[in-house]
Design a binder for this molecule. Structure first.
Ligand SMILES: Nc1ncnc2c1ncn2[C@@H]1O[C@H](COP(=O)(O)OP(=O)(O)OP(=O)(O)O)[C@@H](O)[C@H]1O
Length: 525
């Protein structure tokens, strides 16, 4: 028998005796004898936006995967949607009951247009042997998106849309996916790839969904977003429910303490830049969406690169590293670095931590140790033999340094949570003590405590004389780290902000630098 909630604080949200959109009672999950989720209970009301927060590996994704029917939970786990018990081992039943999911990668087919992507979720509304009425489907798609506040060309391939528009398509598909009424929408880190201005648009969309009486479960590491969007927040730590609290009356430092279990001191100390010594020279670099990027990055400098999606920001890191073909020159310590040869870039002292690490950087099926050391194995080889003990000592050191959990060098990477896998990839490149460190979205998907650890490591790399380039959609991150920020628009550097600069000023500069804004200005001139 399902009870309302086993959490006292959660029960406090039930004053009006409304049937919750979602009730989870005593959810547990064990992998190979290890309990990664233990006795978690929560309840979310219709029209409530509930954030789920917690350190990397705290069990957030496991909870979502149980709800989605992807993982079979341990015995004793009970789930009800709108008061009706649901067998959560069955994805179809979860959808029938009204659970909808938008996962981080959005699961859109980029080459298909909006109408076709929406059709993949709910079908094309034609009977057997009858042709698709495309005019109707287009009208319906436009209406679905208009209801979420978006006016997009539904005949355009989704790969060509702005990041927040793609998220809107994924939400529209999830909401309209099934014949049952949606009761709860689960958004798993929906803002992970969105720059500040696009996050605001997405939030309007989520509020529209909420205004239709749908509950929203919002997984995020971005506490600013939690405070701005959520009505309440559930904190998980080590697979257990720590608390559920209304957002009203909660402050940031209390929430951080609830997440990590102890107070966290914030550190904003920036590196000392050696003005005379240029390590990295970028001379009129062009390629992909970037045009004529020129900059000198000095010893100890942390250069930020900001811009909305499509501005060129997202291609800058790969271009400098040589992962994308380019024209123009990259020079490190006076030596020319050829284009399109990442191996020679590494040899020249450039290290690059790419964005979307789980997809592009993790070597699946291999261990944590192998993933961590593969960028330079020669450190551990002697006369053709691999010195395993030495390798393990190094790996253990890095796992400790970045607090990777579990701290097991022999664990398969697939066993790690998303954030812990990202820390291993970061360690892979930090270990090389590069002359130039390029980081694309360095703390994407990383929890609040680890984010600070990583920022400290980046500052330490700069202090030791490395030149750092940080490309990020996180204005707060750029404000905390960078000595100078280049704001991209239309593939070019639109403005340069000398540090220290506030996060709001970076977001404003990104917005002001949109090509639309430029066109309006030009038209008015
Ligand atoms: N298939 C699996 N086999 C074994 N252990 C797993 C598996 N999936 C997850 N785990 C473990 O379960 C724990 C919880 O992982 P989960 O992915 O739910 O964390 P999370 O809170 O979503 O973390 P993150 O913020 O890093 O995404 C972690 O310790 C992880 O290593």
């Amino acid at each position: 028998m399902l009870v309302e909630s086993s959490s006292d604080e959660d029960a406090g949200l039930f004053k009006d005796q409304v049937t919750p959109a979602l009730q989870v009672h005593s959810a547990s999950k064990t992998f190979g004898g290890v309990r990664v989720l233990e006795d978690v209970s929560l309840a979310v009301l219709p029209g409530e936006i509930r954030a789920i927060v917690g350190e990397n590996g705290s069990g957030k994704s496991t909870l979502v995967k149980i709800l989605a029917g992807y993982y079979e939970p341990d015995a004793g786990t009970e789930v009800a949607v709108a008061g009706n018990p649901v067998t959560t081992t069955h994805a179809g039943e979860a959808k029938n009951a009204g659970l909808r999911f938008v996962h981080q990668d959005l699961a859109l087919v980029d080459s298909l247009n909006v109408v076709e992507n929406l059709g993949l979720g709910r079908g094309f509304g034609c009977g057997r042997g009858r042709p698709v009425n495309w005019a109707d489907r287009r009208r319906e798609a436009r209406q679905n998106l208009a209801e979420l506040g978006y006016d997009v060309d539904v005949t355009v391939p989704t790969g060509k849309l702005q990041a927040s528009e793609r998220t809107a398509v994924a939400v529209a598909r999830a909401v309209a996916e099934h014949h049952s009424r949606p009761q709860l929408l689960v958004l798993d880190e929906p803002t992970a790839n969105l720059p500040g201005p696009e996050v605001e648009r997405l939030f309007d969309l989520v509020r529209r969904v909420r205004d239709n009486g749908v509950a929203v479960l919002f997984i995020s590491h971005h506490l600013d977003e939690v405070f701005e969007l959520a009505d309440s927040v559930t904190v998980l730590r080590g697979g257990r429910l720590i608390t559920t609290r209304p957002i009203a009356g909660l402050d940031r430092s209390t929430l951080i303490e609830l997440i990590v279990g102890h107070p966290v001191q914030s550190s904003t100390q920036t590196a000392v830049v050696d003005e005379r010594s240029v390590v990295l020279e970028l001379k009129s670099i062009s390629g992909a969406t970037v045009h004529k990027l020129s900059a000198d990055v000095r010893k100890g400098e942390i250069l930020g690169i900001a811009g909305i999606t499509g501005s060129g920001r997202e291609a800058a890191a790969s271009l400098i590293f040589g992962g994308l073909p380019r024209t123009g020159d990259v020079v490190v310590d006076g030596h020319f670095v050829p284009s399109g040869r990442p191996d020679l870039s590494i040899g020249a002292g450039i290290a690059m931590v790419p964005a979307n690490r789980p997809r592009v950087a993790v070597v699946h099926g291999h261990t944590v140790a192998e993933n961590l050391t593969l960028a330079r194995l020669k450190d551990f080889s002697q006369k053709g033999w691999l010195r395993r003990r030495e390798e393990m000592r190094t790996v253990q050191g890095w796992l400790g340094e970045l607090d990777v959990r579990p701290r097991e060098p022999h664990a398969l990477m697939s066993r790690l949570s998303g954030g812990n896998a990202q820390k291993v990839i970061l360690a892979r490149w930090l270990r090389l003590e590069p002359r130039v460190l390029i980081l694309d979205e360095p703390t994407q998907g990383v929890d609040v405590g680890a984010k600070q650890d990583i920022h400290d490591r980046i500052r330490a790399a700069a202090s030791s004389g490395c030149s750092v380039v940080v490309c990020s959609t996180d204005s707060e991150e750029l404000a905390l780290l960078c000595t100078r920020i280049l704001v991209f628009s239309g593939g070019r550097v639109e403005s340069e902000l000398p540090g220290p600069v506030e996060a709001a000023a970076i977001t404003a500069a990104c917005l002001a630098a949109t090509p639309e804004a430029r066109k309006t200005e030009e038209a008015g001139a």
